[in-house]
Design a protein around this ligand. Sequence first.
Ligand SMILES: NC(=O)c1ccc[n+]([C@@H]2O[C@H](COP(=O)([O-])OP(=O)(O)OC[C@H]3O[C@@H](n4cnc5c(N)ncnc54)[C@H](OP(=O)(O)O)[C@@H]3O)[C@@H](O)[C@H]2O)c1
Length: 296
Amino acid sequence: MGTTQHDTKKLKILVTGANGQLGKELRQLEKAWPQFDFLFLSREDLPIHHFELVRQFFAAEHPDYLINCAAYTAVDKAESEKELAYQINAEAVGVLAAICHQQHCRFIHVSTDYVFDGKAQRPYTEDDTCSPQSVYGASKYKGEQLALQFDPDCIIIRTSWVYSLFGKNFVKTMLRLLQEKPSLSVVSDQIGAPTYAADLAEAILSIISANNWKSGIYNYSNSGQISWHAFAVAIAELQHSQVPVLPITTDQYPTAAHRPAYSVLDKTKITETFGVPIKDWKESLARCLSFCTFSA
Ligand SMILES: NC(=O)c1ccc[n+]([C@@H]2O[C@H](COP(=O)([O-])OP(=O)(O)OC[C@H]3O[C@@H](n4cnc5c(N)ncnc54)[C@H](OP(=O)(O)O)[C@@H]3O)[C@@H](O)[C@H]2O)c1
């Protein structure tokens, strides 16, 4: 590293995919973390699959940290766009890792609970066997492997069910449907833990500021475990909506990509290593909804 936490020079943090949910939540935190000099780059600013552009950018900017929020996240579409999903979620991640390694830039990459097959009966630890069941999950798993191969000093954060008031996500879809439909039917046999992207953004910055870098894979989500149906019911309740939310099975809601039936992540490692707090899923949901302009 060219600089340390104790130098007077501000640490330069590059954020790729900065117009996504996580990228925008990181932008929201910029003022609260004045010790960092952020460079937010959207897909248009820096397409991570344009390797020469990425190389030139790093050579010119010399960032101290890279937070890669760029990803191909269209889970169902990925089934028919395998090549593109792998290009962005795997190949480009390997190149980012190699450049970070060469340039002594610390690399934080974000991955997913969809690397697991969902057959577990207890929360997944970082060491559990990965067996992705979808193209998206497999492309993200390959990205993890390439990141670790080309930059063994990197940190990978696996997260699940990410939502925010920015971008496309389950919470925003439910808020819209609660206004449009007389009743909703939501899958009740897939269990996981939601992650408010604002909490994940805070967790990432607290890892950087902890000045206690320990490479490897870490799980992060909000605490608790619920079904998509229970999540939708909570959204409706917090919005004081009277629209009935009915449970259905995965078989009644077929999708192109297979999703894990169970994907709760064990957060012990990230808490013990970096002291990252794990916030309650319902409190985070309420906080997110308190910023929203939708009404029941
Ligand atoms: N969303 C979830 O439920 C979830 C769950 C588990 C893990 N994750 C992981 O969490 C991370 C952040 O996810 P998110 O929810 O913030 O995703 P998101 O909202 O879909 O944002 C991804 C961003 O990446 C950008 N992007 C796509 N291809 C790119 C490229 N080639 N070069 C540069 N930027 C590119 C997109 O640009 P455009 O805005 O132009 O499309 C978008 O702004 C991802 O690694 C994702 O795999 C997400």
